[in-house]
Design a protein around this ligand. Structure first.
Ligand code: FES
Length: 132
């Protein structure tokens, strides 16, 4: 499914967001584990990652209707939009749930960062169980 990248206007890319990939090969086709990207206010972590070739799964297209975009926010939770009840209900279905679990499509950048996110290795496998 395609994401509507241009639906949302976002601010200048001045917020550092470090993505740590447990399965870099699967998500980017290279073995580079850490990627520091610059995000803009109003942009979701999913959009930011996708723009830079980090293919986090997003089976529902980024509308909080699956849990394949599950990530761990290791730093900078305060620089992201707060989790909604809908997101919490969804993320509970994700494998490997932790206290810092979020759905990347719902993590809209709101502060100055820095932000650090870990993308679990099973991000990529989870989608296979979701019917297309
Ligand atoms: S892409 Fe489906 S919930 Fe984020």
């Amino acid at each position: 499914m395609h994401m509507q990248h241009h639906d949302r206007e976002h601010g200048p890319p001045v917020v550092p967001v470090k993505f740590v990939l447990d399965d870099p090969e699967g998500l980017t086709g290279s073995d580079q584990k850490e990627h520091t990207l610059m995000g803009g206010e109003g942009e979701s972590l999913l959009e930011l990652a996708m723009e830079h070739g980090i293919n986090i799964e997003h089976a529902c297209g980024g509308v909080c209707a699956c849990s394949t975009c599950h990530v761990y926010v290791e730093e900078g939770m305060k620089s992201l939009a707060e989790s909604t009840e809908a997101e919490e209900d969804r993320v509970e279905e994700a494998p490997g749930l932790q206290r810092n679990s979020r759905l990347a499509c719902q993590c809209v950048i709101q502060g100055k960062g820095p932000i650090q996110v870990r993308v679990p290795a099973w991000n990529r496998n989870a989608v296979k169980e979701v019917p297309h």
